[in-house]
Structure formats: C-alpha cells, structure tokens
Design a protein around this ligand. Sequence first.
Ligand SMILES: Nc1ncnc2c1ncn2[C@@H]1O[C@H](COP(=O)(O)OP(=O)(O)O)[C@@H](O)[C@H]1O
Ligand SMILES: [Mg+2]
Length: 326
Amino acid sequence: MAVPVMEFDRVCFRYSDGNSGGSWALDQISFSVEKGEFIGIVGANGSGKSTLAQLMNGLLCPHSGRVTVLGGDTSDKRCRERLWMKVGLVFQQPEQQLFEETVFADVAYGLKNMGASPAEVSSGVQAALRAVGLEPGEVGKLAPLALSGGQRRRTAIAGVLAMKPDILVLDEPTAGLDGPGRQSILRQVKQLQTDSGTTVIMISHSIQEVLALADKIAVLEEGRLAVWGTAREVIRQQLGRGASSFLLPEWLQVLRRLRELGVSAGGDAVTREEALEEIWQLVEGESNERDKAGSLHRREYSHSPSGPPNQVDRLPASGQLDSARL
Ligand SMILES: Nc1ncnc2c1ncn2[C@@H]1O[C@H](COP(=O)(O)OP(=O)(O)O)[C@@H](O)[C@H]1O
Ligand SMILES: [Mg+2]
C-alpha cells in the first residue's frame, strides 16, 4: 500500500494573540496525500487555507492532533529542520519578498543556502526559470522590480522550484493575475507535477481553477474540512449540501439557478461538458414547448389580425447564459 507523503490527523490550531476571536483557525482537520498527487484546497477568505499551508512545512505546529510529513512528525524539531528544503512553500503574493539585486540572485537564494555548488546553482536557477516560462538569458540580470507583476510572481515561484522540493505548496499563486497569466501558471504547475512527479498542493479561492487539475480537493469552511474527495465527489457533495454558490463552478451555478426557477433539468451534471449538454437539452426542450404552444395559439388566435401574444420567454442559447444575471 502506498505510504502517504503528508498526513493530517485531527489537527487543531489557534493563533495565540487572540486575533481569530478565540476560535480555532483549524478545527479537527484530517486528510492524507499520496506521493505525486495534485491537491486543490479551496475556501472563502479566513477559512484557514494559509494557516493549513504553514502547518505543512512546520512553520506552524498543531495545538492538538498530528501532522506527519515525509515520515516525520512536524512537532519534532529535527523533522522541521529538514522540512524547509523538502516542502517548498510559495506564500501568498510571494513577489513582495523578492529582495536581491537581480532575478538570478533571487532565484539562487534558497539553493545556495542548501549548500549547492556554483555550477549546481547556475544550472538549477536556469532550469527553474525555464520551468515557469522565463528565459534566463533575458531576465537573469534584471532587477526584479524591472519585471511585470506576473513575471515577478514567476520569479518567486522559481526560487522555490530551484530547491527541487518533494512537495510544492502554493498559496493562491494566481491571485491578482490576468486570465493569460493565470492560465500559464496553472499549466506550468500541472506540467511540473506530471513531468517530475512532484506532489503539488495548490490553494485557490476558486473551485473552478482546481477542478480540472486536482486529483483531490479539500473545501475549508471556518477552519473545518467541509468536503474532501475527487472533483466529482466534491461537486456532488457541494450540490447535495446546498453549499454557497461561489464554491460551485459557473456552469453548475447556472443549472442550480434554472432549477430554482422551476426549469427542471433532472440531470446529474458535474463537468462543464455535462452541464452544457444538460443546459442545451433544456433550451431545446423549452423551444419545443414554445413551438407546441405557438401552434396552439396560432389555432386559437387564427381569427385575430394581431396574432398570438408571446407568452413563452425564450431561454438564451447556452453560450450566452450569464450566471450573474441568472
Ligand atoms: N497571524 C495571525 N494572527 C492571528 N490570527 C490570524 C493570523 N493569521 C490568520 N489569522 C486568523 O485565522 C483564521 C484563518 O486565516 P487564514 O489561514 O489566513 O485564512 P485564509 O488563508 O483562508 O484566508 C482567520 O480568522 C484569520 O483572521
Ligand atoms: Mg490565505
């Protein structure tokens, strides 16, 4: 049987300065991660995502329960001392922590601290920059401040990748980036997981972002693990428990709203394709109904010069459905 690379067992954590109102930032969290898996962690602001990330590499230790990472208990100091190399944590807005004079020096920082030789540092930095889609020859000598916001974010991620961590934890790596910037980071992180077998744990405030990428997804709510499972399991559970709409992808928000409006779909859609199919069938069913109603009205109103009143509002075509408006 596969040995988990990370295991949370009934973990509770509370900040001691009382800012969290005396309540648990994390409450009875249990889950485990296998080697090479891609885990998505989603939840609203303040649900405990960043706290969870810091428990993963021993920056924080649980008040009760146990966190085991790569075979060691993070409450053990010797275990924590080696974890900073093995579990690469990319903080929220990591670009704010770039401080060296050049991009090369910044990406090299952690690798140097690990005791790598100058040749290892040079090749490691180049590989890490390429892995995040930056050309070392173009950006290496630039000051981080000369880069765009998206490039600075990639530079910070490269600094962690250069250390070749066994487990990569990314805290909202796409927040604040534009659509193409987001897509390219997601693609590169997924590629890293499939090419090098790195275990990836990615935090996001949008379930949509992790649905297609993650093997398993955790939904945090007020410090509790509300839902845990594969994408399909998580969506089914979310729908079943009437979870808030923002934790559903747009296409399921549309279906749910249609059902609330009394337009019955009766399907079991989970993926985007399934949902589009279900919406399409609804639209077709609705226009068949309209046609029937229309021919009825034509018969009833055939004597009227103005024709039948248009009583059946037509649903927009699936591509035009606007979840915000619905
Ligand atoms: N350094 C801190 N000191 C005190 N309370 C904190 C600190 N960081 C986070 N919290 C509190 O812990 C809870 C979880 O926060 P956090 O893990 O940052 O959530 P998320 O990343 O999901 O937004 C929140 O109630 C937050 O206010
Ligand atoms: Mg956070």
